[in-house]
Design a protein. Structure first.
Length: 55
């Protein structure tokens, strides 16, 4: 799969590496700001609970 991706990208090797770095950065951005918060809210609902609750 990676070899096929490498062959599809245009330009010399350094342009391909640059394109892959930019694509990885975009994917990480989307994961951290959209996917991971949604998964966190879905799996662990925000329930207020305290231990000891002394006031």
């Amino acid at each position: 799969m990676y070899a096929a991706l490498w062959r599809v990208l245009p330009g010399p090797w350094w342009v391909r590496v640059l394109i892959l770095i930019v694509l990885a950065a975009i994917i990480l951005y989307l994961l951290f700001y959209y996917a991971f918060p949604w998964v966190f809210q879905t799996l662990w609902p925000n329930e207020e609970s305290t231990v000891g609750g002394g006031g």
